[in-house]
Design a protein around this ligand. Structure first.
Ligand SMILES: Nc1ncnc2c1ncn2[C@@H]1O[C@H](COP(=O)(O)OP(=O)(O)O)[C@@H](O)[C@H]1O
Ligand SMILES: [Mg+2]
Length: 265
């Protein structure tokens, strides 16, 4: 039971966005995909969730996703897109309820308000989604995907959260809240695959990290294995310095210039 992407190639017209990329994600873990702007992170997520045409193969809990009906896919994995737009002026709770439509919690009407409470927005239930700030809207959309795959394990199979930059609009407190939710989902037996921008947050919460660069997979491993000076500086094409401050010994990334210029006597 895992998510396996094998030899994925995606082109937009003449532009090849991904070249022969492979990635395996295990349930019980948060797998982060990082890399500079335009390196193919959203494209990889799009292929792994079956929302983009691709060459190669993607297996979700052992099944080729090309052979799965849309409702079967929706019951096993939920997708938080990078930008969330709603065409209709739904209220917040109606927006979260949309997650139930295809998901596994369909006959559990209490799930949307529980999902909303989980992201700390229970008191916003009857507000209009269009009136929310960017960060609030992002958390409501997370509640929606949580409602879709409410149980991290169902019928002995892990459920999967695919999150594209889930904390991009959030303040640091809510970044931690959302990453804790992702970690809890994984620790309860589900799987999380998250595109991440913030390398330090990635180091704190990811069990495995995949680094994309120019449409190719540069490195995959634990944060300690792949979040290194050499790999990050190569991927982001700037000088980065990784330290391991106590007590946790978790990689901490700073720009090289900041480390050398701001060192006070
Ligand atoms: N719909 C599209 N049409 C054409 N090119 C696209 C499209 N979406 C993405 N791209 C290009 O593909 C590359 C990878 O994009 P994307 O996966 O969105 O990058 P990331 O999420 O890592 O920032 C970029 O060069 C981007 O400009
Ligand atoms: Mg993206």
């Amino acid at each position: 039971m895992s998510v396996v992407a094998e030899d994925i190639t995606v082109s937009y017209g003449q532009h090849r966005a991904l070249r022969g990329v492979s990635l395996k994600a295990q349930p019980g873990q948060v797998t982060a995909i990082v890399g500079p702007n335009g390196s193919g992170k959203s494209t990889l997520l799009g292929a792994m969730t079956g929302s983009l045409p691709y060459l190669g193969e993607v297996r979700l809990n052992g099944q080729d996703i090309r052979s799965m009906k849309p409702w079967a896919l929706a019951a096993q994995r939920a997708v938080l897109p990078q930008t969330a737009r709603l065409a209709f002026p739904f209220t917040v709770i109606e927006t979260v309820r949309l997650g139930l439509q295809f998901g596994t919690a369909g006959d559990r009407p209490e799930v949307p308000s529980q999902a909303l409470a989980k992201v700390g927005l229970a008191h916003y239930a009857n507000r209009s989604f269009h009136d929310l700030s960017g960060g609030e809207a992002q958390r409501v959309m997370l509640a929606r995907v949580l409602a879709q795959v409410w149980a991290p394990v169902e019928n002995g199979q892990p459920r999967w959260l695919f999150l594209d930059e889930p904390v991009s609009s959030l303040d640091i407190g809510h970044q931690l809240q959302v990453m804790e939710i992702a970690r809890d989902f994984a620790q309860s037996g589900g799987g999380v695959i998250a595109v991440m921008h913030d390398l330090n947050l990635t180091a704190l919460y990811a069990d495995r990290v995949a680094i994309l660069s120019k449409g190719e997979m540069l490195a995959v491993g634990t944060p300690n294995e792949v979040l290194t000076d050499a790999t990050l500086s190569a991927a982001y094409e700037c000088q980065l310095r990784v330290s391991h401050p106590p007590p946790a010994d978790i990689p901490f990334i700073l720009p090289h210039a900041a480390v050398t210029q701001n060192t006070r006597p």
